[in-house]
Each structure stands twice: as structure tokens, then as C-alpha cells.
Design a protein around this ligand. Structure first.
Ligand code: LLP
Length: 421
């Protein structure tokens, strides 16, 4: 039994029909397959077999407790970017000792919380951040474990909004001044230098940018070693893409191919006994989730056919924000004519669409549609725009499912607000 498949004419997630979930939980709803989540984690882990490594799942991709708890149980660590994500990770039962803290703008309060939790490493992104962390750690009477995030100036060849490894991006410390930064860091009493880190972008569809970035870091690590600075950990970030099923687009490399490239690139430093950390997000959760929505109305004007569904871009931002393609499948298949349609939501903006000019089997009012490969950066980026309660989330396992998040209520949306006095 695989993730999202038709059984007869009904689309199922594992053994549960999506029509049943829609009837019992309502729409829009995110549906995740626990089997696929576990399979994807294990496949990524297996791809790095033979290399001493720790997967630090990138919490931002999907930070729901029901997802984090499954991954924590499989042995995952976490890549976090806020005190909020650390809080979630711990509430999900995750080990703070396996947490790396990334991000260009950590606050002092977040640093204190992460120090108290005894995280594995701070991925520090600037000299000013380093000096601040040194001061905060000394005030707490501890030393902060630090990896310096290096910007290797490598083109990830992905969407510009999610490309992070070029000199023009805000991330990391320039590879050119990295040696000086390490030297300075090593002299700070509140800092313990443990590693070198990078992350070059997301939804990468080739292995060569990873190979290039790792090669630069390997060179740096060898130099640092010669300077007498022993590096314990190399964090290569996340970024491996997934197949969104767009016609004519080659699927991204598999975790196996990625693992082979990583292994080869690491060869020169293997004798140094360095542990590999990686921060995959999308490749773990992306294909495990679908957004299930119901058709409200159809309409045709002189220019276009529109399918108006009850999910909107507040539920799934990716199509409008990045021009992203998501596969779509009617929950009940059958003999249907094809129609070229714009699948749109109820929000009062032209940017509220999931697909434009997509050829789909014609849907009727009330029909259900599954928007696939939505497990990563789907719910995690949802908002309450237009005072829309955020969707429910369901985790399917075999023939049963758990509601891992109830649909928000209007009462909850307003709980922190008050009318002006
Ligand atoms: N590590 C760091 C430091 C990151 O910034 C990210 C993602 C990851 C790891 C995980 O990358 P992944 O393996 O998921 O590609 N909202 C966008 C993606 C933003 C990615 C931001 N950083 C989207 O929906 O495509």
C-alpha cells in the first residue's frame, strides 16, 4: 500500500479514503501519510550509510507536533530557526542535544533559551552575531558550541527566493574571510568552535551545486586543520529537491544519488574523523502530504474556465509565491471530460491560485480535489489572511488516522484581540 493511490475509483492515503477524511474532518484539510514520512526519513538516512552522520530535520518545512514527534522517534535531530521551533521540538519529545540553530537574526533571548537547552550547535552567520553570542554565553557562565555558516558563493540554480548560497544573498560569512572569522572565534572565551556549516538553497534539482559547496568547505576544513583548529562537525544544510510531477521536468536526484555525491566530496576529510550533519526538510515531508479541498463553484467567461475551491493561498502559498507547480488529482476518478482551468481560492486577490491553465478532469460542484506534494512548506506557511481559520491536519497510518491539529475556530483567531476602549 503506497502513499496516495486510487483504490477502485477512490483516492486513498494508505488505507483511508480521502472522501472519508473530508466527510469526517471537513475541508480544507492537510492529510499526511505516516508510512511515507517514515520511508522518506529512512531512505535519506540509508543514503548516508557508512558516514558518521546526524540528520537534523529542518523544522520549518513542517513544524506540526504530530510530524515532529514521528521524526524524533526515528532518531532525527532538528534544524531550528527560532525559539518557537525549539519549543515545538521539545514539546514533540525531540532531543535538544541534537538541535542546530540556524538563521541570520537570532535574538539574545533565543540564544539564552538555546544555551539553557544545551543544543548541539549554533550556526552563526556573522561576526556581530558571534560577538553577541560570546557575551551572552559568558554571562550565563557557559561556552556556546558554534559552527560558522559559510556562504560558499555557489549557484544552487533554484528559484531566487530560496537560493541562499550566493554572495549577494544575506546568508553566512563570506568564504573569503572565513579563515579570519574562525581565528577570531577560536579566541573568544564564550565560544567553542565545533563546526563548519553551509546551506545553499532549497528544491535543488542537481547534485553539482552540493558537490561544489562541499568541496569549498572541505578545503577550508583542511586549512583550519593546518592552522591547528580541529573541526568536529561539517553541516551541509538541506536543499535536496523533490519531484512535483511537472511534465517535461526531470525529477531531482534521489537521496541515493545525493548520498553518493556527498560521500565522494567528503573523502579528503574522512581521516579527520569529522561527523556529518545535514538539515533536510522538503525531501522528508514533501511527498508525504496533500491538501484536500472541495470545489465550491465553477465558472466560465469569455477568456477562461475557473474552478473555485474552499482552500486558498493562505493555506498553501507556494504556487503564488514561487510559481510552484503542485500535482492535482480528483478524489473520485471516473469518465470525465478534460477541462483547462484555473484552480483558485476564495481570497480577494488575483494571486490566489493553485494552478493556471491546468488540464484536469472536469470537476463538479462539491467534488474533492487533492493537491499533492504539499507536506513541506504547506501548512507551515499558512496564515489567517481574510480571517480564514487555518486548516485541520490529519496523520494517516494504515487503515486509521489521527487528527493531529484541529481546524482553528473563529474564537481562537480573536483570542488575543480586544475592541478599542
Ligand atoms: N537549512 C537551512 C538553514 C534552511 O534555510 C533550509 C530552508 C533548510 C535547511 C531546509 O531546506 P530543504 O531541505 O527543505 O530544501 N518556503 C520555500 C522553501 C524555503 C526554504 C528555506 N530554507 C518553499 O516553499 O519552496
Amino acid at each position: 500500500m503506497t502513499t496516495f493511490e486510487y483504490q477502485g475509483d477512490e483516492l486513498h492515503c494508505e488505507g483511508v479514503s480521502l472522501a472519508r477524511i473530508a466527510a469526517e474532518v471537513g475541508t480544507p484539510v492537510y492529510v499526511y501519510s505516516r508510512g511515507e514520512l517514515e520511508r522518506a526519513y529512512r531512505a535519506f538516512d540509508a543514503a548516508l550509510a557508512g558516514v558518521d552522520h546526524q540528520i537534523c530535520y529542518s523544522v520549518k518545512a513542517n513544524s506540526s507536533l504530530g510530524i515532529l514527534s514521528v521524526l524524533a522517534r526515528l532518531g532525527a535531530g532538528a534544524d531550528i530557526v527560532s525559539g518557537g521551533e525549539l519549543y515545538r521540538w521539545q514539546r514533540a519529545g525531540g532531543d535538544p542535544g541534537k538541535v542546530v540553530f540556524s538563521g541570520v537574526g537570532k535574538t539574545e533571548a533565543e540564544m539564552r533559551t538555546a544555551l539553557a537547552a544545551k543544543i548541539l550547535a549554533f550556526n552563526v552567520e556573522s561576526d556581530e552575531e558571534l560577538l553577541t553570542l560570546d557575551r551572552v554565553a559568558r554571562a550565563e557562565g557557559v561556552r556556546a558550541p558554534v559552527s560558522l555558516r559559510i556562504n560558499p558563493d555557489v549557484d544552487a540554480e533554484t528559484h531566487p527566493y530560496i537560493s541562499t548560497g550566493l554572495a549577494k544573498n544575506k546568508f553566512g560569512i563570506s568564504a573569503k574571510s572565513a579563515r579570519d572569522s574562525f581565528r577570531r572565534a577560536a579566541d573568544l572565551p564564550g565560544i567553542e568552535v565545533v563546526g563548519v556549516d553551509c546551506h545553499i538553497g532549497s528544491q535543488l534539482t542537481k547534485t553539482s551545486p552540493f558537490a561544489d559547496a562541499i568541496a569549498r568547505l572541505v578545503e577550508l576544513i583542511l586549512d583550519l586543520d593546518r592552522m591547528g583548529l580541529k573541526i568536529k562537525e561539517l553541516d551541509i544544510g538541506g536543499g535536496l529537491g523533490i519531484d512535483y510531477g511537472k511534465d517535461g521536468e526531470a525529477p531531482p536526484p534521489s537521496p541515493g544519488e545525493y548520498g553518493d555525491v556527498v560521500r565522494a566530496a567528503l573523502a579528503p576529510i574522512l581521516p579527520l574523523g569529522i561527523r556529518l550533519l545535514c538539515e533536510p526538510g522538503r525531501v522528508i515531508v514533501g511527498r508525504a502530504g496533500a491538501l484536500l479541498t472541495r470545489v465550491l463553484y465553477r465558472k466560465q467567461n469569455e477568456a477562461k474556465h475557473f474552478t473555485i475551491v474552499d482552500a486558498a493561498f493562505n493555506d498553501l502559498m507556494r504556487p503564488t509565491l514561487y510559481g510552484a507547480y503542485h500535482p492535482m488529482h480528483p478524489v473520485k476518478r471516473g469518465a470525465r471530460a478534460a477541462v483547462v482551468t484555473d484552480v483558485v481560492g476564495p481570497i480577494c486577490e488575483t494571486g490566489d491560485f493553485f494552478a493556471r491553465d491546468r488540464e484536469l478532469p472536469a470537476l463538479d460542484q462539491g467534488d474533492l480535489l487533492a493537491i499533492g506534494a504539499a507536506g513541506a512548506y504547506g501548512f507551515a506557511m499558512a496564515s489567517n489572511y481574510n480571517t480564514r481559520p487555518r486548516a485541520a491536519e490529519v496523520l494517516v497510518a494504515g487503515a486509521g488516522y489521527t487528527v493531529i491539529r484541529d481546524r482553528e475556530t473563529l474564537e481562537q483567531l480573536l483570542v488575543n484581540e480586544r475592541v478599542a476602549g
